[in-house]
Design a protein around this ligand. Sequence first.
Ligand SMILES: C[S@@+](CC[C@H](N)C(=O)[O-])C[C@H]1O[C@@H](n2cnc3c(N)ncnc32)[C@H](O)[C@@H]1O
Length: 199
Amino acid sequence: MTMPSYYEFFAGGGMVRAGLGQGWRCLFANDFDHKKGRVYRENWKGDELKTADIGSLETSDLPGTANLAWASFPCQDLSLAGGGAGLKGDRSGTFWPFWNLMKGQVKENRAPRLIVLENVCGTLTSHDGKDFATICEVFQQAGYAVGAVVVDAALAIGLVDAGELTKVLERLARRCGRPLRSRRCHWRGPLRPRGPEEA
Ligand SMILES: C[S@@+](CC[C@H](N)C(=O)[O-])C[C@H]1O[C@@H](n2cnc3c(N)ncnc32)[C@H](O)[C@@H]1O
């Protein structure tokens, strides 16, 4: 079986790469912070990381077709502790240039099968759920099934240690299948995707 591949957006020091482990191949990583870029390169070697503002990237920067695009986009405007700007904020609004890249890849017929947005729980409740509803809407317009998974941080540490993250992703991908229109995920167990109506 070919090793699944991924893009790592808002990569920081590469903790997603650490969580995915040796069974996944990183095709591309991005963060605009030069200090973090140095840490990333120190951690992972290789030349996958492009240090640049996500708004300056184009689909031509993204090699091939990745199985997974992971975006740990900034949380400040979605967090309960933040000012409440939501997806219109300067920081959490970086979702939009990321999303433009995904839409570009859909057009080029090389969309990632699975897109993971990693953020705080406030993503589900920001502006009374309207921000999350917007995210769901744009995903569905692009042909993706969409849902949310709330992960307890203590459990997440266990997941990474046990290499369970890959299993969670495989299970999510099976549930969602190829990008589908308006299909919701249903889930039983501790990590439960939620549809926009539950946000
Ligand atoms: C929540 S942190 C992600 C942490 C990361 N997963 C890690 O393992 O360290 C968000 C990251 O987004 C980066 N970032 C913020 N705005 C950005 C932008 N406009 N373009 C690219 N990266 C950006 C920050 O430097 C930060 O590393």
